[in-house]
Ligand binder design. Structure first.
Ligand code: NCD
Length: 320
């Protein structure tokens, strides 16, 4: 019996803990498939997936594309600069035209918060998967973060996850807060007061204005990039990048002084080396950053499979 009966994946805010855990279980099975010499299964043969990415992306887009192709779906990619959005077409018109070609899934990245939800309501016959909407949610990133921590630490109960950086503009932070708190971890957010939205505690986390107390006792540190592209021109959220890095960046010395010895360091990428993370930490023994990327493919396979009904088990497909 499947525990995921939704047409779309818009955000982790919508999901209950059982649905999230079920996606992670299915992803775990696809993970094994990704380690085999032959990685392709016929699960989505005859299905078509359109990737509509109207904001830059390296990891997420490649990961969705690989995931869809390993499931034998036909994939089509549209990017910002090559789409009719540059000619003034609205997102809804673009999406309705694409939907008229009867794709099964539309994977959408858009700079406006709420774009995937709007499409999920407007297109009743196409599954919508959110690949990041403005500063709102990035649910598959949240899921791959959860899978990485579950595999590394065995579970979430009694664990503390600290998210550091530009919380205000980060869709990664929002999906992670929902996901980790729903699955039972304690979530802390930390950054300059200007980059922590008032009322964020309502999502189920605790806010810290200083790094040291936020790092002490944490099992996981998730470091975020300053979202320069979402900062309003002329606004100054902190004095300089150097000052930001001094107060909120992580280096070996801070880890040695404040962190648990086996703390896990995460980052969604792209990293601004020397700002939020020093290379010695990004590439050091604490880092699971490339595990996150590896798990991303399995998570996206699970999501593409489940939004289309997930009728066959991933395990049986793997044996096929
Ligand atoms: C993130 C994004 O685009 O939201 N990257 C990603 O998808 N892996 C984070 C970021 O750009 O800082």
């Amino acid at each position: 019996m499947t525990h995921f009966a939704r047409k779309d994946l818009v955000g982790l805010a919508d999901l209950d803990p059982d649905e999230i855990a079920h996606i992670l279980d299915v992803a775990d099975q696809f993970r094994d498939l990704n380690l085999r010499p032959i990685k392709k299964v016929p699960t989505l043969r005859g299905k078509s997936v359109v990737h509509l990415f109207l904001e830059p992306s390296t990891r997420t887009r490649t990961s969705f594309d690989i995931a869809a192709k390993r499931l034998s779906a036909d994939t089509f990619s549209i990017s910002g600069s090559s789409s009719s959005a540059t000619k003034g077409e609205t997102l809804l018109d673009t999406a309705r035209n694409l939907a008229a070609m009867h794709p099964d899934i539309l994977v959408v990245r858009h700079r406006r918060a709420g774009a995937p939800r709007m499409l999920s309501e407007a297109l009743p016959n196409t599954a919508i998967v959110n690949a990041g909407d403005g500063a709102c949610e990035h649910p598959t990133q949240g899921l791959l973060d959860l899978l990485t921590v579950r595999r590394r630490l065995g579970g979430f109960a009694g664990r503390t996850v600290t998210i550091v950086g530009d919380i205000k503009h980060s869709r990664v932070a929002r999906s992670a807060i929902h996901g980790f708190s729903k699955l039972g971890a304690e979530v802390r957010v930390c950054g300059p007061a200007t980059l922590i939205p008032p009322g964020i505690e309502a999502l189920g986390c605790t806010a810290y204005g200083r790094l040291e107390p936020a790092v002490r006792g944490a099992d996981v540190l998730m470091m975020l990039r300053i979202q320069q592209e979402r900062l309003h021109l002329g606004s100054h959220y902190f004095p300089t990048l150097r000052e930001y890095s001094r107060l909120f960046g992580i280096n070996r010395e801070k880890l040695r002084r404040w962190a648990k010895r086996d703390v896990v360091i995460m980052h969604p990428g792209p990293i601004n080396r020397g700002v939020e993370l020093e290379p010695e930490v990004a590439d050091g023994e604490w880092s699971v950053i490339l595990d996150q990327v590896e798990n991303g493919v399995a998570v996206r396979m699970a999501v593409l499979y489940l939004v289309l009904g997930g009728r066959r088990t991933a395990a049986s497909e793997g044996r096929a």
